[in-house]
Design a protein around this ligand. Structure first.
Ligand SMILES: Nc1ncnc2c1ncn2[C@@H]1O[C@H](COP(=O)(O)OP(=O)(O)OP(=O)(O)O)[C@@H](O)[C@H]1O
Ligand SMILES: [Mg+2]
Length: 489
């Protein structure tokens, strides 16, 4: 166990960490905070939900001269929601230091951001596209940046973002410190990263598996056309507090969301084609429990820290094993437990094994639950509620009515009627989800090899900023690359 005190963290930050309930440093924090504070470049890799934000946030805040109202720390993150979240976490950690972090991202008014930038934040957390816009318009001054962070570093250095990142780093003074963090770091990307850095110290928190132990991982082998009913059945059996359902395309996200709503679930969808206002309101509703099921593309796969997510469903299995790791990592965070259930069509079984090999973890097979199982699951929820009411022993006022009912009916019928009334019965509205081609290992590997050139070695390919812009929402440039990779989030 390492305390933050032992790591040399200053008093104002210690006070904030205490307020946040951080008692001891997580392993990645214990190993990278001292390196960062000493001024080293660092590549930090540790599992999802293990506190990488504070691992780079703390040394960054320690470096800031609070008297100077100039941007001294820059974090680049792949999605808008993540940029907002990271800025919030840095502001929490820096609450008693006098620093201020600002998130800037696409989909928000330029003018508003320009005004906020003029206010003199010392740390900016940005999505690459919007940051470049500000740089080109000269509405941001990054000439005083001393620490640059790439959160989700492997994603930031993949084909879609690499040129943007190079351009951003070129405009930061030489001699700055660079910190790279992610739960995954394919070798090709690590090589690119090393080239961009100055004698980086690599910290990889040793873990047997790339995925977190406290996530139970399952798969259900199921034909495409049965996925939606299976999802319904599973949701009914588990009654998850908060669940995220990942699908491969925006169209399917819309269809699944509408289907779930038609069946009576509190579901909302999130993907890159929605307005920023809608994206934020959906996420807020989910965070506050006003939505039980969030249906999402990979736009919600990385970095998002929403407490209380108990289940992650891969309605469609992701193409990249790395994406699997990040998606399921939305549950089982900060030591909590969670379940991940992946739907695999029979032709995708080989792809499942590829994922297992990369993540060094195993998924247990589940048999697809039936409608009867689902009904029983929902009835069980009612029975538990009923039992709790019985335990409270405050039913005297109902005795007379109960006795009256039992005069004319037998007890089983009366209880069955009560159960029926209390049980959420699924509407049987027909729902049609348009199908997608299965992912096959052969195709996946072929794609990977083909895309490696583009994806990892900086070529822009046909899609151009398609990838870079894909998380910038409105800028949905359609390119061959996007289509072929099906990464049209
Ligand atoms: N030392 C700590 N003690 C207790 N909680 C912590 C500590 N460090 C971080 N946390 C909390 O753990 C949660 C996960 O942290 P964070 O989002 O930084 O994880 P991450 O490693 O970046 O995950 P991902 O790979 O998904 O981005 C957050 O709610 C954070 O506030
Ligand atoms: Mg993170």
């Amino acid at each position: 166990m390492t305390t933050f005190n032992e790591l040399g963290v200053s008093a104002p930050i210690m006070k904030a960490l205490n307020n946040m309930g951080f008692e001891e440093a997580t392993p990645i924090q214990a190993q990278t905070i001292p390196l960062g504070m000493e001024g080293n470049d660092v590549i930090g890799q540790a599992q999802t939900g293990t506190g990488k934000t504070a691992a780079f946030g703390i040394p960054m805040i320690e470096k800031i001269n609070t008297k100077q109202r100039k941007i001294q720390g820059l974090v680049v993150a792949p999605t808008r929601e993540l940029a907002i979240q990271v800025a919030e976490e840095i502001n929490r950690i820096g609450k008693f230091t006098g620093i201020r972090a600002l998130a800037i991202f696409g989909g928000q008014h330029m003018e508003r951001q320009i005004r906020a930038l003029k206010d003199g934040p010392q740390i900016v957390v940005a999505t690459p596209g919007r940051l470049l816009d500000h740089m080109r318009r000269r509405t941001i001054n990054i000439s005083m940046v001393q620490v640059a962070v790439l959160d989700e570093a492997d994603e930031m250095l993949n084909m879609g973002f690499i040129d943007d990142i190079r351009e951003i780093l070129k405009n930061i003074p030489e001699g700055h410190q660079t910190l790279l963090f992610s739960a995954t770091m394919p070798k090709e990307i690590r090589d690119i990263a090393t080239n961009l850095m100055n004698d980086p110290k690599e910290v990889k928190v040793k873990a047997k598996e790339m995925t977190v132990e406290n996530i139970d991982q399952y798969f259900i082998e199921i034909p495409e056309k049965h996925k939606f009913e299976t999802l319904n059945n599973h949701l009914d059996i588990n009654s998850p507090d908060l669940a995220i359902v990942f699908s491969r395309t925006k169209k399917r996200v819309d269809e699944i969301t509408e289907g779930l709503q038609a069946r009576g679930y509190r579901a909302e969808g999130i993907h890159g084609d929605l307005t920023q206002g809608k994206r934020m309101s959906v996420l807020n509703k989910f965070k506050h429990g006003r939505v039980d099921v969030l249906v999402a593309t990979d736009v919600a796969a990385r970095g998002l820290d929403i407490s209380g997510v108990t289940h992650v469903y891969n309605f469609d299995i992701p193409q990249d094993p790395e994406s699997y790791v990040h998606r399921i990592g939305r549950t089982g965070r900060a030591g909590k437990t969670g379940e991940a259930i992946s739907f695999i069509t029979p032709r995708e079984m080989a792809h499942l094994h590829l994922i297992e090999k990369t993540t060094k973890s195993k998924m247990k097979r589940l048999m697809p639950p039936s409608y009867k199982d689902a009904q029983r699951g929902q009835q069980q929820v009612t029975i538990e509620k009923l039992q709790k009411t019985i335990e409270r022993q405050d039913l005297k006022d109902y005795h007379e009515a109960a006795n009256d009912l039992l005069q004319d009916n037998d007890s089983v019928t009366v209880i069955a009627a009560a159960l029926k009334m209390l049980t959420k019965e699924r509407k049987d509205t027909p729902v049609q989800i348009s199908s997608v081609a299965p992912i096959s290992v052969k195709k996946a590997q072929g794609d990977k090899r083909r895309n490696n050139n583009k994806r990892y070695y900086g070529g822009r390919g046909q899609g151009g900023r398609g990838q870079g812009g894909r998380n910038q929402g409105g800028r949905n440039r359609k390119g061959n690359y996007q289509k072929s990779r099906n990464r049209n989030k």
